[in-house]
Design a protein around this ligand. Structure first.
Ligand SMILES: [Fe+2]
Ligand SMILES: [Fe+2]
Length: 172
């Protein structure tokens, strides 16, 4: 993808020399976009399905996260466009979150907690890769992803705390 005028910036990710980096970055961002979209799907299901008194805290947390993950998806999409990529259509979607499928019993909250931790861990790993790739190439994307990474670390930490409580109670 070439930029559209004769006056492309001489430096940075939007320069002509930055084309290969840009295309690699759009691929990384596209993967991130899909991860966020799948997380939204999984968190919606897992914020509705769980049964029981213990489920309520999890349901409330996931309700909040859904909005944040949706916001992340939008940011990744916007950055894809700014880098001359195209946000993909739904036919390109491939599901990966086997660990966040509904459990056999809807009172199995530990299954949900562990699934969320795994999803957040996957996001943290991928976003660290993007941040590394951006080093010396694209400070703007790097800055955006650092902020998103902090959200994911916060989500992960919260659910790690839930798991700790279940373990202390002998339930996990
Ligand atoms: Fe996210
Ligand atoms: Fe998250």
């Amino acid at each position: 993808m070439a930029t559209d005028t004769g006056t492309t910036p001489a430096h940075g990710i939007l320069s002509d020399d930055g084309k290969d980096d840009r295309e690699q970055l759009v691929e990384l961002l596209t993967r991130a976009y899909w991860m966020e979209i799948e997380t939204v799907m999984s968190y919606i299901a897992n914020s509705i399905n769980p049964d029981g008194v213990r489920a309520q805290e999890i349901i409330e947390s996931l309700d909040e996260d859904i909005q944040e993950e949706l916001g992340h998806a939008r940011q990744f999409g916007q950055r894809i466009k700014e880098l001359y990529g195209v946000v993909p259509g739904s036919l390109d979607f491939q599901a990966e979150q086997s660990y966040l499928q509904p459990p056999d019993e809807q009172t199995d909250i530990v299954h949900v907690i562990k699934g969320v931790i795994e999803a957040e861990t996957g996001a943290i790993e991928h976003y660290n890769q993007i941040i590394e790739f951006c080093e010396g190439r694209d400070p703007v994307t790097q800055d955006m992803v650092i902020t998103i990474l902090r959200d994911e670390e916060g989500h992960r930490r919260l659910f790690e705390g839930f798991l700790r409580e279940y373990k202390a109670a002998g339930l996990a």
